[in-house]
Design a protein around this ligand. Structure first.
Ligand SMILES: [Zn+2]
Length: 363
């Protein structure tokens, strides 16, 4: 079997042999856009910890110091202009983007970004901000974890049959699989949302606990408010739209998508005083019609979760992004940011026989 180069000793070898530096140089005319969510100091006192993987302040600091020796940090606007050919391309440009607008982006990530002079765009869900309500996925995560001590009565919630509560790792894995499956099960955003809301309410009723109790001061799930956004916008932080309600734009009627685009844009422009021209499709859900609509609504770029780098001439309303590596290894950070890992995944997909039939086929 061929091993994934992002694992084991290979990353270290690629790094120390100078191969990674050569690879990054060969990709100099492409732009990397990295995607982050929450960032937190693990020593911060909190009532809980989400099951989805979170980036620590230490990992962010280490990764940025490695990236700084390979890349030039540029803003998303600069990158979009470079891709459009209206600004000279800076070799090995890299952009940082944060989805969802967690307050910890400000309290924990921003001071680190400043140290590295790294600009960032933060994508906001304006409905959640105005109503100060948690995201449905954080609320469900909290509700599921609140059932950990209800071992004798968990059977009353049939969906929990798919969740393995035996230890934290098993819980994390089975919950991630469950969410992924649920997202695929429904063909409309409304159906998926109402099924998840219904499940969350039953869990909260059963355990007697809900994220709403701690949300306001929770360092994990707490989101920015308009006052905080206004303050940091004045200090030069850029904001973009992540819709109103974290709606999956490829799974709603175009009239709803239009409403999401226009309403979020209006709110962000009002509170930041900056033009809102960048979008991040929630969960990376979009299609050709959504792209055209975004263009009609005066967005100049939109980022997806399609993994890879961007080059001049690419569709600016469907830019590729790379998940920010949650790793302590400098080699793994560069393997991810350079797009090498994404390329390797693509190769693996195109040669499934090497993996399904193992050694016999590749002797
Ligand atoms: Zn999101």
């Amino acid at each position: 079997m061929i091993k994934d180069p992002s694992k084991h000793l290979l990353p270290k070898f690629l790094h120390e042999s100078g191969f990674l530096r050569l690879f990054v140089a060969s990709q100099r005319n492409k732009i990397a856009i990295l995607m982050l969510h929450g960032v937190i100091d693990p020593d911060t006192s909190a009532a809980w910890k989400p099951l989805r993987s979170q980036l620590s302040t230490e990992q962010l600091t280490r990764a940025l110091s490695v990236l700084a020796s390979y890349y030039h940090f540029v803003s998303l606007s600069e990158a979009v202009e470079m891709l459009a050919g209206t600004r000279p391309l800076i070799p090995n440009s890299l952009v940082l983007t944060f989805d969802d607008g967690y307050r910890n982006n400000l309290t924990f990530a921003l001071p680190i970004l400043r140290r590295f002079k790294a600009p960032a765009t933060m994508f906001l869900c304006t409905g959640n901000i105005t109503k100060q309500t948690p995201f449905w996925f954080d609320r469900l995560d909290y509700a599921v974890q609140s059932m950990a001590h209800e071992s004798t009565s968990r059977h009353v919630i049939p969906e929990l049959m798919e969740i393995d509560f035996s230890n934290k790792e098993a819980l994390k894995k089975s919950f991630t699989t469950f969410i992924r499956k649920e997202k695929k099960r429904y063909t409309t955003d409304t159906d998926m949302r109402s099924a998840m809301a219904n499940l969350t309410e039953r869990l909260e009723q059963h355990s007697g606990h809900g994220l709403a109790e701690i949300f306001a001061n929770d360092p994990w799930s707490g989101i920015l408010n308009w006052e905080e956004i206004r303050e940091v916008a004045a200090l030069g932080v850029h904001f973009g739209s992540h819709g109103v309600d974290h709606t999956l734009l490829g799974l709603v009627p175009l009239s709803i998508a239009r409403q999401e685009f226009i309403e979020s844009q209006k709110m962000i422009e009002y509170y930041t005083g900056q033009p809102c021209i960048h979008l991040a499709y929630p969960d990376g859900s979009f299609n050709q019609e959504v792209i055209s609509l975004a263009r009609d609504c005066n967005y100049t770029s939109a980022v997806t979760i399609v993994s890879g780098l961007n080059q001049p001439g690419d569709e600016a309303l469907a830019l590729r992004r790379i998940a920010f590596p949650h790793s302590d290894s400098p080699a793994e950070v560069i393997i991810a940011a350079s797009g090498l890992s994404a390329q390797w995944q693509k190769v693996k997909k195109n040669i499934p026989n090497l993996y399904s039939t193992g050694r016999k086929k590749i002797q």
